[in-house]
Design a protein around this ligand. Structure first.
Ligand SMILES: [Zn+2]
Length: 211
C-alpha cells in the first residue's frame, strides 16, 4: 500500500473503534502516523539501491522493529507530547480552534497514557503488515513478501489480492474520509463502513475479478 492509504487505514481504524471519543484526537493522529512507521526501511533506497529489494519490507516490517519503534513513539509522546505540540502549531498557523480533549491533559501525566499510545502504535504498525501482503505484483512486478519474524526467521508471507498501483483502496478510503468530514458526528459508522467496503473490494478483486 502507499503512504496515504496506510495513513487512512490507521485513521479509519481509530475512528471505527471510537478512540477519538474516549481518548481525543491525539489517539487518531498516533494511529495515522504509526501506520507508516514500518516503511522506515524505505530509506534503503537512499543508502544502497542495489540492496533495496532485500531491505525494504524486511527491516521495518517485523515485530522486533514494531516493538522498538512503538516504545519510542510512546515514550517520546508520553515525555514531550509532540502530538499536542504539532497540533497547537497547526491550530496557530491555520487559525483552528484548539481542541485539547480533557483526556489529553491527563494522558500525558499517567502511565496509562504511555500504554495507550504504545498499544495504538503497535496495533497500527501490525495492521500495516497484512495491508502490504495483499497489495503485490502486477504489471510484470514480482510479489514482494513481508518477513514479520526477521531477524530470527526469513520466512516471508504474501497474499496478492490487488496489484501495485490499483486505485481502488485510495478511492474507497478517501471517499470515507470526505464523508466523515462532512458528517463528523457519524464518524464511527462511516469509518466502519469504509473499512468494510475496502474488505469487500479486496475479496471481489481476489475471487471475482482476479488480475
Ligand atoms: Zn510497508
Amino acid at each position: 500500500m502507499t503512504t496515504p492509504e496506510h495513513t487512512m487505514v490507521g485513521i479509519h481504524s481509530a475512528f471505527a473503534l471510537g478512540l477519538h471519543r474516549r481518548y481525543g484526537w491525539q489517539s487518531v493522529a498516533m494511529a495515522g502516523i504509526a501506520s507508516n512507521v514500518p516503511d522506515w526501511d524505505g530509506i534503503a533506497m537512499f543508502v544502497d539501491m542495489a540492496r533495496f529489494e532485500s531491505i525494504h519490507r524486511v527491516w521495518g516490517h517485523n515485530f522486533v522493529s514494531i516493538l522498538l519503534t512503538s516504545i519510542l513513539l510512546a515514550v517520546t509522546q508520553f515525555r514531550w507530547d509532540w502530538l499536542g505540540r504539532i497540533g497547537r502549531l497547526f491550530a496557530d498557523r491555520f487559525s483552528i480552534p484548539k481542541q485539547d480533549s480533557p483526556y489529553s491533559l491527563t494522558a500525558a501525566r499517567s502511565n496509562f497514557g504511555f500504554l495507550l499510545f504504545f498499544g495504538i502504535a503497535f496495533a497500527a504498525q501490525t495492521v500495516h503488515l497484512p495491508c502490504d501482503m495483499v497489495v503485490s505484483g502486477g504489471s510484470g512486478l514480482n510479489d514482494w513478501s513481508v518477513e514479520p519474524w526477521w531477524p530470527f526467521s526469513d520466512v516471508g508471507y504474501v497474499y496478492p489480492m490487488i496489484p501495485w498501483g490499483d486505485p481502488g483502496p485510495t478511492l474507497i478510503l478517501m471517499s470515507g474520509a470526505v464523508i466523515a468530514a462532512k458528517w463528523p458526528h457519524r464518524t464511527i459508522i462511516i469509518s466502519r463502513s469504509t473499512i468494510g467496503a475496502l474488505l469487500v473490494y479486496l475479496l471481489v478483486r481476489r475471487f471475482v475479478t482476479p488480475v
